[in-house]
Write a protein that binds this ligand. Structure first.
Ligand code: ATP
Ligand code: MG
Length: 554
């Protein structure tokens, strides 16, 4: 795991750009853009595109625009736009100057459509959707020309003007590029470039009742912004001839180069905004930023450091080959980052009371423990020790062989950062459940081994009176198959046990004092983050970020 942001991974896009710079193309300038549609929250796949676009711009002293591709008014919202801005900043990137919107260019786009009509390269069609499908042909058969294809230029101009003026109902007419109905590439078979749609737009309101299609909008927006390299995912490869055709046939000088790379797909997760929307709207999760979601806001709330996502994206690399990345890889970057930065603390998730009989009743000792055992500079914390403490139920057995390096009846164990204790009695309720352990401690064992004997096991604990009750949410994978997107209905692959709510955990005082979004290693348990919204020192709430070891392949 040695990749860092300072050593950009070699990839074919960097090679193209290095060549372009060497050849003086675009005056040596590099201008990229990240063009999300504000119709959902960003997910981990978008992180790859963000890291690539912003990373390339930074590396070559260029800049990267943020452009909202807002041409589908019904699905878009301001909430989505705001969340996208926040997520990009959180990931650690800054867009160039003001935010752009495809809708900023609606007037210009209209003008370029008129240019195409005037050049005899676009026509107003009135086939209905079904007829249009029939005329389109298939992958193996060519399409047929629409009977309206040869309308006179003047008539096309008149109809297009009246489409804009709102004279016709939705879907009555469309504007189509006049390219080639027999092209082997279906995208080139007279694609629609404008449609009539009466929908309120988040930025232009009701000004427009016709909206340009993505393929027409995207290339022109790129060119208007002086983008040099338009990086997009592989599914747009077949759209590139259209991208180039539009720019070759209008009066814009700039002609960005579209380059495609493979999408990020992560095992056991969904990277489709449409499906993520279903998870939210059908309440399979608690909103877009539920820590089980593969959204950036979900990963943030889960406690993934932004740097670990950037490192992961670098490690995944950029190629033309689609493949599925193992979730374990992402988690390894999360662990690597947190291992270095996360303060340590003790939390007992399933408390079992321990009474230390030879410890004075009202005494409370403030023991000192390192905040990070490998980094002295992080200092120490105070851990209160008292006669009654809690240990985890899983750390005690009445009988066990030597492999069980925790507390056993009639044996000893070390309490982490504290003393060695010996258990001599188990107290049970009427049903036979253990309710309490009676122990003694050896007061000569603080920070040193007892004389004449070895104590191998170390367990964590908290003081009963000085610890704070906390809610801890432990997560399992959200889907129980590696490729839920391939299922007929991905909802059938949802793991019903992806969330375990532990409402009676106990945490040491230093953990209760966490700031929202602060991450810790709960010693021997894993990494946990103080919930961004619900945590408070009085009522601590922690989300599990990741365990100490990879469990995806076990
Ligand atoms: P979705 O299928 O989730 O709706 P999208 O491609 O429609 O994704 P956009 O908002 O249009 O979503 O995406 C913005 C940019 O992010 C595009 O350039 C797109 O290619 C890129 N992108 C989206 N998903 C991925 C992914 N899984 N891996 C890499 N890049 C992606
Ligand atoms: Mg899209």
């Amino acid at each position: 795991m040695s990749t860092t942001e300072n050593e950009p991974a070699a990839n074919f896009i960097r090679h193209i750009i290095l060549d372009d710079i060497a050849n003086g193309k675009n005056g040596g300038k590099v201008q990229t853009r990240f063009p999300p549609e504000p119709n959902g929250y960003l997910h981990v796949g978008h992180a790859k595109s963000i890291c690539l676009n912003f990373g390339i711009a930074k590396e070559f002293n260029g800049s990267c625009n943020l452009r909202f591709d807002d041409t589908n008014p019904e699905k878009e919202s301001d909430e989505y736009a705001k969340s996208i801005e926040q997520d990009i900043k959180w990931l650690g990137f800054e867009w160039h100057k003001e935010i752009h919107h495809a809708s900023d260019y609606f007037e210009q786009l209209y003008g370029y459509a008129v240019e195409l009509i005037e050049a005899g390269l676009a026509f107003v069609d009135e086939l209905n959707a079904e007829q249009m499908r029939e005329y389109r042909g298939t992958l193996t058969e060519p399409g047929k020309n629409s009977p309206y294809r040869d309308r006179a230029i003047a008539e096309n101009l008149d109809l297009f003007t009246r489409m804009r003026a709102g004279e016709f109902p939705d879907s009555k007419y469309v504007l189509r590029a006049k390219i080639d109905m027999s092209s082997p590439n279906i995208n080139m078979r007279d694609p629609i470039i404008y449609r009539i749609k009466r929908a309120h737009h988040i930025r232009t309101g009701d000004k427009w009742c016709i909206y340009p299609m993505y393929d027409f909008t995207h290339c022109i927006s790129d060119a208007l912004e002086g983008i040099t390299h338009s990086l997009c995912t592989l599914e747009f490869e077949d759209h590139r001839p259209l991208y180039d055709w539009v720019l070759d046939n209008i009066s814009l000088e700039c002609h960005p180069q579209q380059i495609e790379f493979s999408r990020l797909a992560l095992a056991y997760t969904i990277t489709s905004k449409r499906k993520l929307t279903t998870l939210v709207s059908e309440k399979f999760v608690d909103g877009w930023d539920d820590p089980r979601m593969s959204t950036l806001s979900g990963m943030r709330r889960r406690g993934y450091p932004a740097a670990s996502l950037r490192h992961f994206c670098t490690a995944v690399g950029i190629s033309k080959k689609n493949h599925v990345t193992d979730m374990g890889l992402l988690e390894q970057y999360v662990r690597d980052e947190l291992n270095v930065i996360a303060p340590r603390g003790m939390a007992v998730l399933r408390p079992l009371k321990v009474v230390i009989e030879n410890y004075p009743e009202d005494k409370i000792e403030q023991l000192e423990a390192p905040i990070h055992p490998q980094n002295e500079a992080m200092g120490t914390r105070k851990v209160p020790f008292s006669r009654e403490i809690y240990i985890d139920q899983e750390d005690f057995m009445e009988e066990a062989n030597n492999k069980f390096k925790r507390l056993v009846l009639d044996k000893e164990v070390r309490l982490r950062n504290a003393y060695v204790i010996h258990c001599h009695q188990v107290i049970k309720d009427e049903q036979g459940n253990m309710t309490e352990l009676r122990c003694t401690y050896d007061n000569q064992t603080l920070g040193k081994n007892p004389e004449g004997r070895k104590v191998k096991g170390v367990i964590h604990w908290v003081s009963a009176s000085e610890s704070v009750a906390a809610e801890v949410r432990v997560y399992d994978r959200l889907f129980n198959t590696p490729n839920p997107a391939a299922a007929e209905d991905f909802r059938t692959c949802i793991n019903p046990n992806s969330l375990s709510l532990i409402s009676s955990a106990r945490v040491e005082p230093s953990l209760a004092e966490a700031k929202p979004e602060q991450c810790f290693q709960f010693e021997r348990e894993g990494y946990f983050v103080a919930d961004r919204y619900q945590h408070s020192p009085e009522k601590p709430v922690f989300n599990m970020t990741v365990g100490l070891r990879d469990t995806w392949n076990s």
